[in-house]
Design a protein around this ligand. Sequence first.
Ligand SMILES: *Cc1c(COP(=O)(O)O)cnc(C)c1O
Ligand code: SF4
Length: 369
Amino acid sequence: MPDGSLPPNRPLPEPAARPLRDADALAAAGLVPPGSLPTLRAVAARYAVSVTPAMAALIDPSDPKDPIAAQYLPHPAELEASPLELEDPIADHPHTPVTGVVHRYPDRALLKPLLACPVYCRFCFRREQVGPSGGVLSEAELEAALDWFAAHPQVKEAILTGGDPLMLSPRRLGHIIRRLSAMPHIGIIRLHTRVPVADPARVNDALAEALDTETALFLCLHANHAREFTPEARAALRRLSRAGVALLGQTVLLRGVNDTAESLEALLRAMLECRVKPYYLHQLDRAPGTARFEVPIAEGRALLASLRGRVTGLAWPTYALDLPGGQGKAPIGPDFAERAEGGWQVRGPLGGGHFQADGATSEGSPTAG
Ligand SMILES: *Cc1c(COP(=O)(O)O)cnc(C)c1O
Ligand code: SF4
């Protein structure tokens, strides 16, 4: 399984002790060729760069197609925006009732306490907003955002995102979790994060303690390649599951990273081994300068269909497109059932198919699936 194995042993330049935050640091670490510096400096001036020591150590600089490098290292193509791409592809902006809150669905809303991340992914749909310097809510803004949740009893679920909420200090994160937990209408708290794979050392006892609550707490881990599940990442996830945190996985379908049946299977299996239940496989949002990552929807559907039946059903994520304009995330297949005259034609994941005739109770029921 080439996609699930570690890169070959090789002398590392200098193991990075701190995140590499600009093109020159990446060149000094031997991760990008010095000749590319002028262009990559321009890219880094436009879109934030950060590669944590954990992720830098996973990159094989001798492999031009390295799937970890593709996700994190700046690339000249980022300066070429295509006309199909939007600066705010999923239209967060018009759905912001108070700073730091995005409310699009009736029963759940996002809380974005900061816009910093451990790493800056080159395909990020919020790339125009995220970065190390911007977006930390002031004390007053954070309280106003929490007050908004308290004043909206129809909102049953608070989703912490950003940026990455696990970049907050355990003290501040603990405060947010406690305030939300004290709201009787909040039944679910969810965090979307890349920290357990990108910077597993942050998942220490203080952080696990900050997440300890009687309210159901789901942590949705963003991971895109099996190799991201290092022994340190696995230990971080174990610490979280021991603390009673339910773990979900989300993945962006990315050209050159997880666009083969083998690499996708290895990723989904690595998640499950860490008790992470795959939740979403996202179709790429068309953010500026990300076109090289796009996998056509037809190919994504075929990839997933090839896993059905062959790979444990636990691994199955919902393949979804976040509709531009803020109209929500829609499942985009693959589907196995098709309406046919007098019933349904259902494709068999293990081969063949079956015509399921309408039962007596189906008579007069709508024909559109
Ligand atoms: C993605 C998103 C959610 C969460 O959607 P789920 O389908 O419940 O995971 C909620 N609010 C906003 C604004 C979102 O973009
Ligand atoms: S961690 Fe998430 S929000 Fe941050 S850069 Fe990556 S995809 Fe974007």
